[in-house]
Ligand binder design. Structure first.
Ligand code: GLA
Length: 419
């Protein structure tokens, strides 16, 4: 966690080493688990009658640019943020069960640690069980876990609460069972769990949640899975999320998988003549145009968006390197227009937020962030004008939609870790 000095960490480590020092543990937790400080440990102790063995945090993420490019093996530019899920967990080998509580809902679940299929129905519990299934099938047997989690990542806001849940849970199990799993493998397991539940996502969210580093964004090539931590310096501008409070539901039945299918249709058509093409990453603009007549127009339009979006990631990187925030902002606006008219994953409320940004000279750019169909816009706002601009935009949004939006100042953070 940020701002934790060595002394606090050492004290916390002592507090977490048996015999537990309960008084300190609760004090230390109050320092650490802001803003849900007082709830996690008391909740754990009340339900499991002992303190947890480990505490960890898993952050949400933003994405500067590169939306829906990950499953097309393209480029993305996400960053882990200081909105997190927090976990308190222990081994529970005798019971051979996973007993977990979602404290913010509040709900609990119990299922076999040996699960090899998903029978849970609550959305968050499905994720946990899918993870256990994946671990068991991959030779990482789960022996029994008790735990609670909660946090401040808004759900359905496009900030990857599900990747935080999955990656945090896997990391916790690996730590508790002394079963090292490389972060890259954790990302693949978390992705497989999402696929098992019905969302055919890429790997952007998991990489951001696991490999995030404070003050940087991750420039990730989803083909090679190589990435760099790129210093995120926005100069006189601040990155601010505006949550439309239209919750998106990406899993099965949503337009997300349908977009992925369009891209795969295009690749399959091109492969007939160019067997070397494995994904849209291997397709050039001119190649796509050559095939235009043979493609469904909607599929063609979606693929064209992906090719342009990949380019925008590189352009954003250059503009950031040059400190050119006007240029970065313009690319954000262009990307939003692509999502609105070509990939068709925005909703009217989100488009309104971007329109309101356009009307403000102090906003250099804005676009929807994440999988789409609701959630947040990411706004690049001149810091000195932020206090005037944000209330104007938020009032106008509320007047037109009747929905109260929420603003979240973005602070980058480190990836999953023990606290
Ligand atoms: C969701 C998915 C990611 C990615 C984004 C869109 O967050 O989980 O894999 O496709 O949508 O960029």
């Amino acid at each position: 966690m940020k701002n934790l000095d060595t002394e606090t960490l050492t004290s916390l480590a002592i507090a977490l080493t048996p015999p537990y020092n309960h008084t300190f543990l609760i004090f230390a937790t109050c320092t650490i688990f802001s803003p849900m400080n007082s709830s996690l440990l008391p909740y754990y102790s009340a339900h499991f009658n002992s303190p947890p063995e480990i505490l960890l945090r898993a952050p949400g993420r933003i994405n500067l640019i590169g939306e829906h490019t990950d499953y097309n093996l393209g480029r993305v530019f996400p960053a882990a943020i200081d909105k997190c899920l927090y976990f308190a967990m222990s081994r529970n080998e005798q019971a051979g069960q996973v007993r977990f509580h979602a404290i913010d809902i509040p709900e609990e679940t119990t299922f076999s640690a040996g699960s090899t299929s998903v029978s849970e129905t609550a959305s968050w519990a499905k994720y946990l069980q899918a993870i256990v299934v994946e671990l068991n099938l991959r030779g990482y047997p789960v022996r029994g876990i008790d735990g609670v989690f909660g946090g401040d990542i808004p759900l359905g806001a496009g900030l990857s609460s599900s990747a935080a849940l999955c990656c945090g849970f896997i990391y916790g199990i690996s730590q508790l069972q002394n079963m090292p799993i490389p972060k890259r493998e954790i990302a693949l397991i978390a992705q497989a769990a999402e696929h098992r539940i019905g969302l055919n996502c890429g790997l952007m969210d998991q990489y951001a949640v696991l490999f995030g580093k404070k003050d940087t964004a991750i420039c990730l090539d989803c083909k090679s899975l190589e990435f760099e931590h790129f210093p995120l310096n926005t100069g006189a501008y601040s990155l601010v999320l505006l949550n439309s409070n239209i919750k998106h539901e990406l899993a099965a039945g949503s337009g997300y998988n349908d977009r992925r299918r369009s891209c795969e249709n295009v690749v399959a058509a091109i492969q007939q003549k160019h067997p070397e093409v494995q994904s849209l990453r291997d397709v050039s603009v001119s190649m796509l145009e050559t095939f235009r007549e043979r493609l469904d127009p909607v599929d063609h339009r979606r693929a064209a968006y992906i090719l342009r979006e990949n380019e925008r990631v590189l352009q954003t990187r250059t503009a950031l390197q040059n400190g050119d925030m006007q240029q970065v902002g313009q690319i954000l606006y262009d990307a939003h227009e692509g999502m609105r008219t070509e990939y068709e994953i925005t909703v009217p409320e989100i488009d309104l937020l971007v329109e309101l940004a356009h009307a403000e000279p102090g906003v250099s750019g804005a676009r929807m962030v994440g999988g789409g169909f609701g959630g947040c816009t990411l706004n690049l706002i001149r810091t000195s004008e932020k206090e005037l601009i944000l209330p104007r935009m938020m009032t106008a949004y509320q007047q037109k939609t009747g929905i109260q939006p929420t603003s979240i100042e973005v602070k980058t953070a480190d990836g999953v870790g023990r606290v």
